[in-house]
Design a protein around this ligand. Structure first.
Ligand SMILES: [Zn+2]
Length: 69
């Protein structure tokens, strides 16, 4: 039985790289690991954005209250 990369369909020599759901060739595995690292970094950025969004709402509310007073 020949294993093939689930992403690029290249025949895998040797063991291949098993992820949670797929088997990848070493090239795709490197890409996958890069994306995983990117997702972690992206999550950090998303958190930063939502935090700044929350801060913006607080500012708006503060301004609104001042206007009504
Ligand atoms: Zn591949």
């Amino acid at each position: 039985m020949t294993m093939r990369c689930d992403q690029c369909r290249t025949k895998i020599r040797g063991e291949g790289h098993r992820t949670a759901t797929r088997i990848l060739c070493s090239r795709c595995n490197e890409q996958f690991e890069g994306q995983a690292a990117g997702l972690i970094a992206g999550g950090g950025i998303a958190n930063a954005i939502s935090t700044s969004g929350w801060y913006q709402r607080v500012l708006d509310r503060t301004r609104g209250r001042k206007r009504h007073d």
